[in-house]
Ligand binder design. Structure first.
Ligand code: XIL
Length: 373
């Protein structure tokens, strides 16, 4: 047999691997450490979906067994004009998940943010009727969920419909359709793929008002016989919010409804945050140097505090692993995190588990060790 360059590369790769990992000792892997507890997920961006970020992809394969689409399935991206769908990136995303035997979550079907205007207006720019918006929601959901039927295993059906004080967010969906837009979205998703799991997803879920309203919403859906399988707690955190005890109360309250609880978008920012606990995407603040204190690197004591905060939360997740089905990080490395540009553009944040060099941070081993306690 002729030795091709591909073969040589394979042999060289295998040799490298056997040298870097001590014999009889497996390379540390988050998904392996947590395999009896819950899924460990991450959000995939265009570089992952199109295969250009090869180092990122290697990390995903090694450490994660669940994936969610960071942007490519949002209505603004996938149906920017009525009836014109761009499936290409989402197709790659789903294919990657299948090839790697990962649990695939679709994100997100009905969300006020990153939703194109055409959903709500006619060619004159006037609001359309309730019937028209319902028809558009139905078409969007049928097309998307239908395309990936049996392949995408769970959908964030409705995202961020409730405000922190528990009142319902006054979105265009609510304004034009009325309160039953949520119920209709779940109904359409279930019709499009009866096997798919369906979730309600939101940020600041440790806030008492939001917790109570989400519980009420889910009870209402259940009472009406609408399928809902889980509640996603986004988990965009800081060093001083949310309060871990309040977060635990929400895990308990949600699990008591008989649905799965998921941490769906975890990251812990280390930068000054101008707004209190929120993940409101529309929020922006101007760049100032004092708002970007770690551009040159992270002081050891800050990293130690960060490690402890992640460990405290993962210890909580382990304590409730009978209720939690998945913990998903919102990105792979600190290079790709949205936190670098939100709510202040152009900063250097460190909210994820892998560094800009694609290496696991020391916290990864700490999280792995927690599973052995
Ligand atoms: C964010 C993405 O990470 C960014 O790339 C994009 O510019 C804005 O949206 N809550 C959600 C996610 O449900 O979809 C958001 O993702 C972060 C907040």
């Amino acid at each position: 047999m002729k030795l091709t360059t591909t073969w040589l590369a394979t042999i060289a790769g295998a040799l490298l691997l056997s040298c870097s990992t001590p014999q009889n000792e497996e390379a540390p892997s988050l998904k392996k450490a947590y395999q009896d507890k819950f899924l460990i997920g991450t959000a995939l961006n265009a570089g992952h979906n199109y295969g250009t970020d090869t180092l990122g992809i290697a990390v995903i394969r090694e450490h994660f067994n669940a994936i969610v689409a960071e942007n490519c399935m949002k209505s603004m991206h996938i149906q920017p004009t009525e009836g014109v769908f761009f499936f290409d990136e989402a197709d790659h995303f789903v294919q990657f998940g299948e090839e790697n035997n990962m649990y695939i979550t679709g994100h997100t079907l009905v969300w006020h943010s990153q939703a194109p205007d055409w959903f709500f207006i006619n060619e004159k720019g006037e609001d359309v009727s309730r019937e028209v918006v319902i028809e558009r929601i139905k078409n969007h959901i049928y097309t998307l969920v239908g395309r990936y039927k049996g392949r995408v295993k769970g959908w964030d059906v409705v995202n961020e419909a409730i405000l922190d004080d528990g009142s319902w967010r006054n979105t265009k969906f609510k304004e034009i359709v009325g309160d039953d837009y949520i119920k209709l979205a779940f109904q359409f998703a279930h019709e499009a793929d009866p096997e798919a799991e369906l979730y309600y997803n939101d940020y600041a879920m440790a806030q008492e008002g939001k917790r109570n309203s989400v519980v009420e919403l889910v009870k209402q859906l259940q009472a009406e016989g609408i399928r809902i399988d889980g509640i996603g707690m986004q988990g965009h955190m800081g060093m001083d919010y949310p309060d871990i005890n309040e977060f635990e109360k929400s895990i308990d309250a949600f699990a008591a409804l008989g649905v799965k609880v998921m941490i769906t978008e975890m990251d812990i920012t280390l930068l000054p945050f101008p707004a209190g606990e929120t993940a409101e995407v529309s929020l922006t603040a101007e760049y100032q140097e004092k708002m970007n204190p770690y551009a040159a690197g992270l002081p050891a004591e800050v990293e130690a505090a960060f490690n402890k905060r992640y460990s405290d939360f993962f210890a909580l997740f382990l304590k409730h692993s009978d209720k939690i089905s998945r913990v998903t990080l919102w990105g792979v490395t600190d290079n790709d995190t949205w936190r670098n540009d939100w709510p202040v553009p152009g900063r250097t944040d460190y909210p994820l588990l892998f560094g800009r060099d694609y290496q696991p941070k020391p916290v990864v081993q700490q999280l792995i060790d927690l599973t052995k306690e």
